[in-house]
Design a protein around this ligand. Structure first.
Ligand code: F6P
Length: 609
């Protein structure tokens, strides 16, 4: 049980440490190595006593929350909870202009206490520190998880090391390189192969190498539209391997004026590499088959370990290779070269820096603020509560800002690839629900799309994001009517409609015909949180990104997952390679034998069709 494990584990660790020191010190002596192997075997043969720690679901803290959900919360309506001013006053947190209100979650102050107890039990603070200090918490890939280093300020150089490498210094070296390159590009000092100034930027990448930069671009487009369009610049993203995506991306572009950025951490992802080769061919078709075309028109954002592949592609690795590191996951890479290069080319490096500053501000809050006031921790604990204890396995993200239209897609990948897992970090199959289906659309469009289901169908916790001021308000009717006020009225109304609902008596009092009353009843009791920001900007976008990255980490820490690997996407990739072989053969030899892929009979059938 817990007590025995806590006594035995340090002993086992200590023995293993001594064993490894002993074998290293005696590596020339075979007898001693054999002795070491025997001790090691002996240790591994006593599994019952040295069993891994129990699943979090068997801890007292978890069980208390289960009981509390079943016995108290599931039978209490939010309408009732919202009557309690003490509770409501306590359920908000604020940091650097960000206001978080979670009073419309199905929680009481007792629920929060129990969640904080669970966080203590799971050593949440220690795990957060391990992450930001560069410990290799992504143990299945033996990697640190340091996206916070991507936005750390220069005065933190010398504080975080990975394998003796100064992570923050590395980051700032690359940022300086990006600043120089993008300024030279924007001032016209860098020209294309034929001497023309380049104005079109195509960023080729998929998954985390695309969704983050694209969401950021969509936000800045509004804020800085004037700047980029006055220079005649454009930025497009090519992600899908569908040839139609290539066609649509290149349709009206002049290759002589186009710079291609290949964003791929591994520089091996099938879709990205095929699209990269296609774009290189497109350049060659117009300007001739010369490797210098590639050297002048193609740059790479990739990891240090991919250097040889980048070089082999023809890219000038001395000048046009902007690196990131194994300790940045693809879905956490927008603050590194993956986002910095395209965004700074289009909008200037200074604006990108503001985005980093916003993320840094939220990181510092996450690392330092006490749990009860810590917005990402609160959001993460509420995520665990809704998913594992209330049984809600989806959640929606609704920004009341059209410029955030791609935020939900980015957060969807960030979270679902991180916490869509089934094995605990101790290597045990988990028996509790983890990982939500994340989806969303900007308000008010979403209200006319899937809100029917959220109001009267399934219960889906919602995050509402609103902004005090618009990036571009429009006033009509003699300046009396503001479009932003109209938008924000919906932001404020929806959470109450979801929480309070509408009773049959209220519907009847409105004079509704008796046979329609039930159709018009809203049972309410549907949870949501509201996040209010001053105004959407590069800085605030950095805050939002950091909030959601850390929410995901908190949930993963509480659930005992490794949120930073993604083995689940491998199997499909492997099967696609098998199928591609058959399709390629069929293209050259239409009369080939029927396909038979032993692992995939259903696929074989449809391929033969
Ligand atoms: O979908 C899996 C994934 O590995 C993502 O995590 C990653 O962002 C994406 O593929 C692209 O990978 P890369 O940047 O190596 O091309």
């Amino acid at each position: 049980d817990d007590d025995i494990d806590s006594q035995i584990f340090p002993l086992q660790d200590d023995l293993e440490q001594q064993l490894s020191t002993y074998t290293t010190a005696n590596h020339n002596n075979n007898n001693n190595i054999n002795a070491g192997a025997r001790v090691s075997e002996f240790l591994s043969n006593i599994p019952r006593v040295l069993s891994p720690p129990p699943l979090v679901s068997s801890t007292q803290e978890w069980r208390k929350l289960q009981r509390h959900a079943a016995q108290t919360i599931k039978s209490t309506h939010l309408r009732e909870l919202l009557q309690d001013p003490v509770r409501c006053d306590a359920m908000f947190a604020e940091h650097d202009g960000v206001y978080f209100d979670y009073s419309r979650q199905q929680v009481t102050l007792e629920t929060m206490d129990l969640l904080f107890d669970l966080a203590e039990k799971q050593e949440l603070t220690k795990r957060i520190q391990a992450m930001v200090n560069g410990e290799k918490i992504n143990f299945t890939e033996d990697r640190a998880v340091l996206h916070t280093a991507l936005r750390a300020s220069k005065d933190k150089i010398g504080t975080v090391f990975v394998d003796d490498e100064d992570a923050i210094k590395e980051v700032h070296d690359v940022l300086d390189q990006i600043k120089q390159f993008t300024e030279a590009f924007r001032s016209g000092h860098i020209t294309g192969y034929t001497g023309k100034r380049m104005r079109n930027i195509v960023s080729v990448g998929i998954g985390g190498s695309y969704l983050g930069p694209e969401f950021l671009h969509e936000v800045l487009k509004t804020e800085e539209e004037g700047i980029s369009s006055s220079l005649g610049y454009s930025l497009r993203f090519l992600a899908n391997v569908d040839p139609v995506d290539v066609e649509r991306t290149c349709a009206d572009l002049d290759p002589e004026e186009t710079l291609i950025i290949i964003v791929s951490k591994t520089f091996t992802t099938a879709e990205t590499m095929l699209n990269a080769r296609t774009m290189r061919q497109w350049l060659w078709d117009f300007m001739g088959d010369d490797i210098d075309v590639v050297k002048k028109h193609v740059v790479a954002c990739s990891s240090v370990s991919a250097t040889e592949n980048v070089k082999a592609f023809g890219i000038d690795t001395d000048k046009y290779f902007f690196r990131f590191w194994d300790w940045v996951g693809g879905r956490y890479s927008v603050c590194g070269a993956a986002g910095a290069v395209p965004i700074s080319l289009l909008y200037g490096f200074d604006l990108f820096e503001k985005f980093l500053e916003g993320a840094r501000s939220m990181d510092e809050h996450f690392i330092n603020a006490p749990m009860r006031q810590n917005i990402p921790i609160l959001m993460g604990l509420l995520g665990v509560w809704n998913s594992s204890f209330m049984g809600y396995n989806s959640r929606a993200l609704i920004p009341y800002a059209q410029a955030l239209l791609r935020l939900p897609a980015h957060i969807q990948q960030l979270d679902m690839e991180s916490n869509g897992k089934r094995i605990s970090r101790h290597g045990i199959e988990i028996d509790y629900p983890v990982g939500e289906v994340d989806f969303g659309e900007p308000g008010t469009n979403s209200q006319h799309s899937f809100f029917q289901l959220i109001h009267q169908g399934q219960t889906i916790p919602v995050d509402f994001l609103g902004f005090v001021q618009s990036q571009h308000d429009i006033l009509i009717d003699g300046e009396k009517l503001s479009s932003h006020d109209e938008l924000m009225s919906n932001f404020f109304a929806q959470p109450d409609a979801l929480a309070n609902g509408k009773t049959a008596d209220e519907v009847r009092a409105e004079g509704c015909a008796e046979d329609l009353i039930l159709h018009k009843v809203f049972d309410g009791n549907r949870p949501s949180s509201s996040l209010l920001f001053p105004q959407l900007s590069a800085y605030v976008t950095g805050q939002i990104l950091s909030l959601y990255e850390h929410r995901t980490a908190v949930q993963g820490f509480i659930w005992d997952l490794n949120s930073f690997d993604q083995w689940g996407v491998e199997l499909g990739k492997k099967l696609a390679i098998d199928v591609k072989d058959h399709l390629t053969k069929a293209r050259y030899d239409p009369k080939q034998q029927p396909v038979d892929i032993p692992d995939a009979p259903a696929t074989s059938r449809i391929l033969n069709y």
